[in-house]
Design a binder for this molecule. Structure first.
Ligand code: FES
Ligand SMILES: [Fe+2]
Length: 428
């Protein structure tokens, strides 16, 4: 018997696992999921165990912990995690749980420490997780080396930090190498968070991601965003017009000249990177389309780089512009509650009030986030009704949602130990 988790022997989720497998195997493709996927407490617990505790999650940016001793914390469901910069720039991640009696070790969102000291009885850990001090009462034979912090898998690419609570997380290195390549012009180590926001949406995390994966709703919902955003995903978008394709060709030639990568890349359905132009005449996601920051990122000389869009399932989408970048992190809090964190990044030497005004910079995405929050919350309220039944996705407008739901269904089934039924789509 595993002494750490005997509760799993009497797994209260066992019936939920069986029912979920059945629902996924019999699921009709290209329609929204059955109601329990969006509001059932046991199914939410399964999402946390099988998706959020097994996949790679976007946690934060390397620039947020620039020096030795800088740390950040986050909660993956019931699992508090700490990410800390140690010696030689190395980034470590641990379960933020003291090995004495289990207290949470670091209680702030961010900070800087010389050592990790538990606030309860002051057990003290090195930044690499080794236990250094456990008081004087533990006896001579107490083996400090047996009580190091439990590691969490951590990898970085292009300034992004990903963590996985799994001991055998899925392969991700190709995506990270591509991130390094695509983010090279931005010199992400030399950026900083200009401002950040956190909002709690009263909606299941999948509704938050679904909403982000389509722009079918943009026309009716996002006047500020549509001052600069093109509604088309790329030139393969079934709606792409000849004028849009001509603009893309012109911009791609400019980007080639500046050695800025733009090609569409996919890693299964989990990751997608592509650079798309903004509306002609605009260069940034601001109300007037002008740069929000006068000091451009990295080696960038022209702000006219469109938007490098980066998707990471299950929990992040991002826009990289020439003058600033916006990164988004989604963390489920409950079956109908989700935390969305947005960070606006600029060159680390850009000066607030001189090079940029945070109010100007954040305005479009503050408005857009709030509009999306309402949409997701209204979606949740309708889904909770006994009248709800799965409805059809449009292949023209909602292909991104179809991809997300296929990814989710496939991962959940596989992580539950089943093979996904053959999906009639080409693996990207
Ligand atoms: S629980 Fe951390 S020192 Fe006691
Ligand atoms: Fe939206």
């Amino acid at each position: 018997m595993d002494p750490k988790s005997p509760a799993r022997l009497d797994d209260p989720l066992a019936p939920a696992r069986e029912t979920t497998v059945e629902m996924l195997v019999n699921r009709q493709r290209n329609v929204s999921l059955p109601q329990p996927f969006y509001n059932n407490a046991r199914l939410f617990a399964l999402d946390m165990q099988e998706i959020f505790e097994k996949e790679w999650l976007f946690a934060g940016m390397t620039c947020e912990i620039p020096a030795k001793g800088n740390y950040m914390t986050l909660d993956v469901g019931d699992n508090p995690v700490i990410i800390v910069r140690g010696d030689n720039g190395r980034i470590h991640a641990f379960h933020n749980v003291c090995r004495h009696r289990g207290s949470r070790l670091c209680v702030s969102d961010k900070g800087k420490v010389a050592k990790l000291v538990c606030p309860y009885h002051q057990w003290t850990y090195e930044l690499d997780g080794r236990l250094l001090f456990a008081g004087s009462d533990m006896g001579e034979n107490f083996d400090l080396t047996a009580y190091g912090l439990k590691p969490v898998q951590v990898k970085t690419g292009g300034g992004f930090i990903f963590i996985s609570l799994s001991e055998e997380p899925p392969a991700v290195d190709d995506f990270l190498a591509t991130l390094n390549h695509y983010l090279e012009p931005y010199d992400m180590e030399n950026t900083k968070v200009a401002v950040e926001s956190t909002i709690v949406e009263q909606a299941n995390w999948k509704l938050v991601i679904e909403n982000n994966r389509e722009c079918y709703h943009c026309n009716g919902a996002h006047p500020e965003l549509l001052n600069s955003l093109q509604e088309f995903d790329d030139t393969d978008d079934p709606r792409a017009t000849p004028a849009y394709k001509a603009l893309v060709a012109k911009k791609q030639a400019d980007w080639d000249e500046q050695q800025v990568p733009w090609q569409l890349k996919r890693f299964g359905r989990r990751n997608r990177l592509t650079r798309t132009p903004l509306l002609d005449g605009t260069v940034s996601m601001t109300l007037d389309g002008k740069p929000a920051c006068q000091k451009l990122m990295g080696r960038i000389e022209s702000p006219d780089l469109g938007s490098l869009r980066i998707l990471h399932l299950p929990n992040s989408w991002n826009h990289f512009l020439g003058d600033h970048a916006i990164v988004f992190r989604v963390l489920p809090l409950g079956p109908q509650q989700t935390l969305v964190t947005t960070k606006w990044l600029v060159h680390k030497d850009a000066v607030e009030g001189i090079d940029y005004q945070t109010e100007t910079m954040r305005r479009v995405w503050d408005a857009t986030n709030d509009q999306d929050r309402r949409l997701a919350e209204e979606n949740q309220r309708g889904i909770n009704s006994k009248a709800y039944e799965p409805g059809p996705y449009s292949e023209t407008y909602e292909f991104g949602v179809i991809d997300f739901i296929d990814w989710y269904g496939e991962r959940l089934l596989e992580n539950l130990g089943h093979t996904a039924p053959h999906l009639n789509v080409v693996q990207g």
